[in-house]
Ligand binder design. Structure first.
Ligand SMILES: C[S@@+](CC[C@H](N)C(=O)[O-])C[C@H]1O[C@@H](n2cnc3c(N)ncnc32)[C@H](O)[C@@H]1O
Length: 232
């Protein structure tokens, strides 16, 4: 699969400041892809919970995925290849990211497939029409965004999903008080992921637009991770 110019919008999109300043080492530099696109490292970063969280997200999308799906932001590991394998013959998957280097990396992980499109775009200002997707997936994106961007990303995800459709979110969550990894995660967040503590201080609902969306939440690994399903 190739992320060709055909999929890319005009190069008007610049790299957001928070990505350049905070996450240059994880996503922006081409060397980041070489370092992080390793199965064992993806599993290690999530304390061996990657498979469980990936499968929880996929189960929510369905054994066979129908209709139009939007995955907002690329992720390291095999989430997207596995999502592609579940697509019904007439389904469609769009994966959007603001970094061409991430889209190119994803393209290398996917075989040619007319049902899949890789889109250069900003999660906080999606190009799609209202209600044009059946489901939207956000996998470990929200904790990396400053609050204003996170709010816009959620509002946009809810805007582009059809009434009755799902927005599936997997991300960090406030762990239980006795969680042995609390001190380590606090340190990691304070040094490397400054916006992540927002998801310890508040539920995702704190960042949603006013109109209520029915919500189902499940936590994992002593509450350090969550899966949230919003139904529009
Ligand atoms: C989904 S998050 C983190 C995923 C997780 N740490 C992993 O890779 O397994 C990382 C991706 O989000 C993308 N991203 C961050 N801000 C974005 C935005 N405003 N619009 C689109 N993509 C964005 C980054 O370019 C990067 O590819």
């Amino acid at each position: 699969m190739k992320a060709t110019d055909e999929f890319l919008a005009p190069p008007a999109l610049s790299v957001p400041r928070y990505l350049e300043e905070t996450y240059w080492w994880a996503y922006v530099r081409p060397q980041a892809v070489q370092v992080f696109e390793r199965e064992w490292l993806v599993h290690l970063i999530l304390f061996n919970n990657y498979g469980r969280l990936r499968d929880a997200a996929l189960a929510e999308m369905g054994d066979t995925v129908h209709g139009r799906t939007l995955q907002v932001a690329c992720v390291y590991g095999d989430l997207t290849p596995r999502l592609r394998q579940r697509l019904a013959p007439d389904a469609r998957l769009d994966v959007l990211d603001i970094l061409p280097v991430q889209l190119d990396n994803l393209a290398r992980k996917l075989p040619p497939d007319e049902r899949v499109a890789l889109l250069h775009g900003d999660s906080s200002a999606l190009a799609g029409d209202d209600a044009c997707y059946d489901q939207v997936l956000l996998f470990f994106l929200l904790h990396e965004q400053p609050e204003a961007v996170r709010r816009s990303t959620l509002a946009e995800a809810l805007r582009v999903v059809r009434p009755g459709g799902k927005v599936v979110i997997v991300d960090y969550h406030r762990p239980v008080a006795w969680h042995p990894l609390r001190p380590l995660m606090r340190l990691v967040f304070s040094r490397l992921e400054p916006f992540a503590m927002d998801l310890w201080r508040h539920g995702v609902e704190a960042f949603l637009p006013p109109a209520p969306a029915p919500m189902g939440k499940q936590t994992y690994f002593g509450g350090l991770y969550q899966k949230l399903v919003l139904t529009r």
